[in-house]
Design a protein around this ligand. Structure first.
Ligand code: ZN
Ligand code: ZN
Length: 101
C-alpha cells in the first residue's frame, strides 16, 4: 500500500500535507466574481443548509465555522444562486462552453 499524500494533523483534523496553507490562503480571498459582480463569499456556517458548522469542521475542506472554504470545496455555496459554488454556472471559473464556438 502506498499513501501518496502525507497526512498531517492540523487543529485536530487529519488532512493532507500543505492543506493548512491552502486554508490560510483562502482566508485572504474574501470575494468572488458572480455574473461580473464582485460579491462576498459565504463563510462556513453561513450556508442556508446546516452543514454541521457548530459541531465539526467542514467535511470537505476542513475549515472551521466562520472561515472561508478552500477553493473548490463542495460545501461552499454560491452567493449568486445559493447552489454549489464549485458546480454552478454563475462564475466563469471553468470554460466548459468552449467546445462549441
Ligand atoms: Zn469546505
Ligand atoms: Zn451560482
Amino acid at each position: 500500500m502506498t499513501d501518496q499524500n502525507t497526512k498531517i494533523i492540523y487543529r485536530g483534523i487529519s488532512m493532507i500535507e500543505g492543506w493548512p496553507e491552502k486554508i490560510k490562503a483562502s482566508q485572504d480571498i474574501q470575494t468572488c466574481i458572480v455574473n461580473d459582480q464582485q460579491v462576498s463569499r459565504i463563510r462556513y456556517g453561513n450556508e442556508l443548509d446546516d452543514w454541521g458548522a457548530d459541531r465539526q469542521p467542514c467535511h470537505d475542506c476542513g475549515v472551521i465555522k466562520g472561515e472561508f472554504h478552500v477553493e473548490g470545496c463542495d460545501v461552499e455555496r454560491c452567493p449568486g444562486c445559493d447552489g454549489q459554488r464549485f458546480n454552478c454556472d454563475c462564475e466563469p471559473c471553468e470554460d466548459d462552453d468552449t467546445d462549441e464556438a
